[in-house]
Write a protein that binds this ligand. Sequence first.
Ligand code: CP
Length: 309
Amino acid sequence: MSLIELRGMGREAIASLLDRAEAFLGDDGVFVPPDRARSLEGKAIALLFFEPSTRTRISFELAAKRLGATTVLMRAEGSSLQKGETVLDTCLNLEAMGIDAFIVRHRERDTPHVLAEHLSRPIINAGNGSGEHPSQGLLDALTLRRAIGDERGLLEGKTVAIIGDIVRSRVARSDVHAFTALGARVVLGGPPTMVPARGDDGWGEAEVVTSRREAVAEADAVVVLRIQRERMNNASVDTDAYVRDWNIDEGVVAEELPAHAKIMHPGPVIRGEELSSAVADGPRSLILEQVRCGVAMRQAILGALLEER
Ligand code: CP
């Protein structure tokens, strides 16, 4: 079994992974030593990161090592990809060496699907271009559920706004599916060039608006996204207009957000562009809690995919 996307994954499957992650979290901010601490002893996990990453790569590596697995890291630079070898041939070779699972970040949307079709070991999609980022969607859902979820661990009756560069965001796509599966209403907000058009595939029941005030007015939580310039093919952005219309600073929080609304961001945060430092570091921010939940969530994912093999 692989983890390629959250689209099509039901409430039960998502909740089960979140429940599994809870076992790795303590109330005091310390990771609780789980009874499965060495459950992946003897497993070898390949981290294939062909796009930059800080949080995803390091938290998957920490998660694997905390469960007793060995990890190997590979980037394109310095590898035989630079001589023309394909990613699939690379992975077939790694599988022949005894790799038990592949965590893959690649700019092409079909890469994890192709690998899952041809390899017998689990593939975990760590971001495929603007496709999906399922472990981020799950850790965001875990963070949100812990912050504003009901006693059943659901988000029914809650509104989550995701604002910014939505169409180029793999995080937004995975978040929509995770939050919707747990019962939340999702509102997508951004400039007209950054939000899905009516009828675009992959956004489920999410509502789309092009005014910040409208997007956040009823939000219990706001997920703020950066402008993903690396996927813009050199198209220019009017940064001043973006900051004016979409940046979340203390004034916007005071005037436009409900008093209880939480702030989230998958990182990296571009301070002053989509979020001010005062808000990113302020009392409503769950940003570092997302990072903390990320390690537990990735322990849960690795355990679910590899423990029974
Ligand atoms: N949120 C996220 O994917 O961060 P990285 O790009 O640093 O892994």
